[in-house]
Every structure is written in C-alpha cells, then in structure tokens.
Write a protein that binds this ligand. Structure first.
Ligand SMILES: NC(=O)c1ccc[n+]([C@@H]2O[C@H](COP(=O)([O-])OP(=O)(O)OC[C@H]3O[C@@H](n4cnc5c(N)ncnc54)[C@H](OP(=O)(O)O)[C@@H]3O)[C@@H](O)[C@H]2O)c1
Length: 287
C-alpha cells in the first residue's frame, strides 16, 4: 500500500493515476475526503499531513510514503517518524531544484512550502529514501499568465530574457511513481527539468501557437511588474524573492539535466505538448 500526501494536487492526481495503472494499491490523503474526487479503486483517507497524528490510522499496512512538502509543511520530520513507527519502509519526498540556495532566496518559502525540510526528513529518516528536485512546473505559466492571456494578446511581465526548463507535471509524477515502485532510485536526489530551455518571451509565443493567437511578451520594468503582482494579492515577500531570482539568474546557465529521460527511458514531455493539452484552460475553461 502506498500512502500519497498531496494526492488531490497538481502532482498528486497524476501520481495516483499512474500508480493505479501500474496495479499498485493507493491510499490518497486529503484534508477533505468528501471533495477529493479520487479515481475508483483509490482508497481516500481524511487527514492533514501538517498534523501527523491525524494520519496514524492511515499508516497501517503502508509500505511507501509520498511526502508532499506543501501538505506536510513544518511537520515533515514528525510525519516520517510516524510512518517509520508504523513499519513504512520507503519515503519519496518532493522537494525543488533550488533547495540548496539560501532559504531566504527561495520564493516558495514565502508561500509556506518546506521543500528543503521534506528532503531532509526523508534523507535522515533511516528509511529507504528518494528526493525529487523538480524545476519550475509548466503549470506555473497558467497561474502567472492565464488572466492576461484571457484578456488579450499581450502578456506583460519582467525579464523577457529570463529562461528556465519547465517540467511537465505528468513527467514529475511518472518519476515519483518509478521511485515508489522500483528500487533503482533509492538513495538518490533527482534533479528533474524539462527538455528545453525557454525564455519567458519564447514560452509565451509557444502558448500563442497552442491557442491559435499571436501572443506577445512585453517586458515591463521589474518594479512595475512587482507592484502589479502585489495588487493582485501575491504576497510581497514572495514577489520580492521572485524578482531577485529573475535578476540573479538572468544570464545564468539553465540546467537541463536529462534525469527525466534517463529515469523514464523515453523523451521528456515538451512545453509545447503541455501547452497543447492546456489550451482550453489557457483560454479560461475550468482546469
Ligand atoms: N510550482 C512549481 O513550479 C514548483 C517547482 C518545484 C517545486 N515545487 C514545490 O511543489 C509543491 C507544490 O506541489 P503541488 O503543486 O502538487 O501542490 P498543490 O497542488 O498546491 O497541493 C497539493 C495538496 O496538498 C494539500 N495542501 C495544500 N496546502 C496545504 C496546507 N497548507 N496544509 C495541508 N495540506 C495542504 C491539498 O490537498 P487537500 O486540500 O486535499 O488536503 C493540495 O491538493 C510545493 O512544495 C512547491 O514549492 C513547485
């Protein structure tokens, strides 16, 4: 039995699907089981990974745990200790590519994500462990630009030349499933990127092709972009860290590690494929 925390999320849902397709028994955790909408055959348990005691009963019979850093928050170590007490043998932690950077420089921390702590909890657990260190998810494009794309053909933002290697969430889930089901990744930290480095300007052009409209990225000064994000409700410390990251890494080498391809034995999914799959959502359809 595999216990999946964060099961209702962006990575958790495809992970549950892949594990089920592989014939694994899956127990999916949600804080609200009644709205979890898990596929038939997946067991759903109600509990909050950031309050580990709520998952004590759910640990019975579990052999492997998928540790989700947003869901576990500051309590990853306790959650993993509980798993160990209940005989769990393996923990696969989701983390992030940037977790060795100074904590104050990691934008996601200002949203409460504890990626570093999740990896540390896994590595120090005494259990078999794997840590997944994903690059920026392709879905971040929808979150960042979806509103502007629905309003017109121009996406305004800072640092048009900032580049990264966006990762398709289904590839991340496929690697996580591999780590949960097979032994060959045990004891590794996997740096997972998409197959191409793309600037923000290039990404927006790809999204335009996917939706059949000539989208254009228009660079605006960072302080104007930051002001707009804060006005839209994005926490200011997150925005400050994000702008600093763009400025810092503007001319930096963008990693493409090839780990997805190596682990899955097939090409990684491209940003263009992601965009085609999400064209309706980019145009405003419910995701
Ligand atoms: N986005 C990126 O580009 C990127 C890149 C690298 C790493 N990451 C990291 O990946 C993680 C996000 O993964 P994701 O997109 O799969 O997450 P997600 O979809 O936002 O959340 C997964 C699930 O966790 C539960 N959850 C959310 N917030 C919670 C909280 N405060 N307390 C307890 N449970 C909570 C929710 O389930 P229920 O409501 O059903 O309980 C949610 O469906 C973060 O740690 C992020 O830093 C993100």
């Amino acid at each position: 039995m595999i216990l999946i925390t964060g099961a209702t999320g962006l990575v958790g849902r495809p992970l549950v699907d892949i594990l089920q397709a592989e014939g694994a028994d899956v127990r999916a955790v949600s804080r609200t089981a009644s709205t979890a909408r898990m596929p038939a055959g997946a067991e759903v348990v109600e509990g909050d990974p950031s309050d580990p005691a709520t998952l004590a009963a759910a640990m019975d019979g579990v052999t492997s745990l998928f540790l989700h850093p947003r869901a576990a928050g500051d309590r990853a170590t306790e959650l993993v200790a509980l798993a160990r007490e209940h005989g769990v043998r393996r923990v696969v932690a989701m983390a992030a590519l940037n977790i060795d950077e100074p904590l104050a420089d990691q934008p996601s921390r200002y949203r409460g994500d504890r990626n570093k702590e999740a990896e540390t909890a896994a590595v120090e657990s005494g259990l078999e462990w794997v840590s997944l260190r994903p690059a920026t998810f392709a879905m971040s494009s929808l979150h960042a630009w979806g509103g502007q794309i629905q309003a017109g053909d121009v996406v305004r933002g800072p640092y048009a030349a900032f580049a990264e290697s966006p990762l398709h969430e289904r590839d991340l889930a496929a690697v996580a499933a591999n780590a949960l089901l097979n032994d060959d990744l045990v004891g590794t930290r996997l740096e997972l990127t998409g197959p191409q480095s793309l600037t923000q300007e290039e990404m927006v052009a790809v999204l335009g092709e996917a939706i059949g409209r000539p989208l254009r990225y228009e660079e605006v000064p960072p302080h104007i972009a930051a002001k707009g994000m804060v006005e839209r409700g994005v926490p200011e410390p997150f925005v400050t860290a994000l702008m600093a990251r763009y400025a810092r890494d503007l001319d930096g080498a963008v990693p493409r590690t090839g780990e997805v391809e190596k682990t899955l034995g097939r090409p990684a999914l491209t940003y263009r494929e992601w965009a085609a799959e999400h064209a309706a959502a980019l145009c405003g359809a419910p995701n």
